[in-house]
Write a protein that binds this ligand. Structure first.
Ligand code: GLN
Length: 534
């Protein structure tokens, strides 16, 4: 087993996750089996209770694990399916150690960070790597070098480096090279962060320098000298419009040949599919087919809270060879307006994403009504599905006060907890998470979109359509075209294509399964409908 460990310096948000995902993609293109692990040094067991408006979206894996959005980058770039064990947090490590201590697993010993916590970390990394059967395991250590939280993890990988063969273990450090107004490239932050790393006993083998523009040769040489690596090991990673281009840029900079040499890799197979996909994306973004869709959500300025949706739209646009632009609309802003048409000027489709809580909910309902009445293509996801059911109940089935019991007390809780869920109402641990099968009714829009009647998609929700109201809503021309196996949980709502150009909402989150070369079917169909009228 070979390991590549990615650390980051200077500041967070440099794109360490994308760098690691790109290295994984490059190795995969050359025929290597890879397995990624993300280390998150926070004490939370997982990202389930974290606020997306601070950390970006909570990404959901097939097994229901709620994880950091970097795992989404890994799945999309490397085209792999990950599980809970691919995300190691401080919380996971410490609770395992403490549990073992209580069970007498360390009898007679004083349990300490070194060696007990570090051993636990190493065992977990090696366990995942070995079980995967991969050739190379990639490990991203979250946070920035120097943070107290990441110390035990950095110590663990320091030890691993000594325990493995030299050519089997590589450190990649991602830093920032800022530009002055005179476009001078400054190396000092990189020098300092590598110094911090070396103080912990870690010497980077490769330094990936993020920056606005490509690094100059003399700057590379300077970094190489001060940071104790060869100039070929300094890789320039300039900003790019398209994150999917990063693997190509890094490879052009020589990262693969350097890794190959250092790790004594032999294979040099090459798969060009990724390159072709990126070229297709370039072509479509220059083309004249432009489609603008609105996403009505709660942002607090952080578009990363809907990252997978943004990516899924891009994937669909690539397949349809068009350029898709998103307009972010703050749901609360719609609530005060009587004429919301102004917000949707030039917009070809409306998407209402997942969410929690009452803030902005009425604004989202307003936009769904607008899409339904004005025959604008509409895609609702999770909370967006539930709000579409509420909108239909209120304005089509005439249940004026219809609402979700998550949001308020109502005589018509069309979205509610099911009888069987009532016993466990405590927050946390009560959500329906991960892959569940969805059964699609024949001769519906949903069947046409997926081309089959049984699918599996990822879920993250607590509330359900109240079975008591299904009949009343369906009588008015809306169709629940997908359900769970038992038929009690509603999964898809649609208006038949004869009556609306495109109206589809799903209780699940199709965005989590979308890949750059395999767009999610609902996203593709939605964008197709948006394009149709151009
Ligand atoms: N708040 C809703 C629920 O818990 C929807 C969740 C979501 O959109 N992810 O059911």
């Amino acid at each position: 087993m070979k390991y590549i460990v990615v650390t980051g310096g200077v500041m967070s948000g440099l794109g360490k996750g994308i760098t690691m995902a790109s290295i994984g993609r490059i190795l995969k293109n050359h025929g290597y089996m890879i397995v990624p692990i993300k280390i998150d040094p926070y004490i939370n067991i997982d990202a389930g209770t974290m606020n997306p408006y601070q950390h970006g979206e909570v990404y959901v894996l097939g097994d229901g694990a709620e994880v950091d959005l970097d795992l989404g980058h890994y799945e999309r770039f490397m085209d792999v399916d990950l599980r809970r064990e691919h995300n190691i947090t401080t919380g996971v490590v410490y609770s395992a150690v403490i549990e073992r201590e209580r069970k007498g697993g360390y009898l007679g010993q004083t349990v300490q960070i070194i060696p007990h916590v570090t051993n636990e970390i190493k065992a977990r990394i090696r366990g995942v790597a070995e079980r995967s059967g991969a050739d190379i395991c990639l490990v991203e250590v979250g946070g920035t070098v120097g943070d107290i939280e990441s110390m035990p993890f950095l110590e663990a990988v320091r030890q691993m480096k000594l325990e493995e063969r030299g050519s089997d273990f590589l450190f990649v450090h991602v830093t920032l090279v800022p530009f002055t107004t005179q476009r001078e490239q400054k190396t000092k932050p990189t020098q300092h962060s590598v110094k911090a790393l070396r103080e912990l006993g870690l010497q980077p083998d490769i330094i990936v320098c993020r920056g606005k523009e490509e690094l100059r040769e003399d700057v590379k040489e300077k970094i190489a000298m001060f940071c104790n690596v060869s100039p070929e090991a300094v890789i320039s990673a300039r900003d790019t419009e398209d994150i999917y281009e990063v693997p190509l840029l890094l490879e052009k900079e020589g990262i693969f040949s350097y890794i190959m040499e250092m790790m004594q890799l032999e294979q040099s197979k090459e798969d060009h599919a990724w390159k072709m996909m990126v070229e297709r994306r370039k072509k479509s973004s220059y083309g004249n087919k432009l489609v603008r869709v609105a996403i009505v959500g709660k942002y607090a300025g952080l578009e990363d809270s809907y990252l997978s949706i943004k990516e899924a739209i891009k994937h669909a646009a690539t397949a349809l060879e068009c350029k898709a632009e998103t307009k972010w609309i703050e749901a609360e802003d719609l609530e005060k307006e009587s004429d919301i048409g102004l917000f949707f000027k030039g917009i070809r489709g409306i998407l209402v994403p997942g969410g929690f809580g009452v803030r902005g909910a009425e604004g989202k309902i307003k936009s769904i009504k607008y899409a339904r009445e004005n025959k604008i293509p509409f895609l609702g996801l999770c909370f967006g599905f539930q709000l579409a059911v509420i909108e239909a109940a209120r304005n089509v089935a005439g249940l004026k006060d219809a609402n979700s019991s998550e949001l308020c007390e109502t005589p018509h809780p069309v979205i509610d907890l099911l009888e069987e869920q009532r016993e466990v109402v405590e927050k946390g641990g009560t959500m329906r998470l991960g892959d569940y099968e969805v059964f699609i009714r024949r001769d519906t829009l949903a069947e046409r979109i997926y081309g089959k009647t049984k699918i599996a998609e990822r879920h993250r929700h607590r509330y359900e359509v109240n079975p008591e109201y299904i009949g009343r809503i369906e009588r008015e021309g809306l169709i629940f075209s997908g359900t769970d196996r038992s038929g009690t949980r509603m999964e898809i709502l649609e208006i038949s294509p004869g009556k609306h150009p495109f109206f589809l909402a799903t209780q699940f989150h199709p965005e989590f399964k979308s890949r750059p070369s395999k767009p999610s079917p609902p996203f593709k169909a939605f964008l197709e409908a948006c394009l149709r009228e151009l």
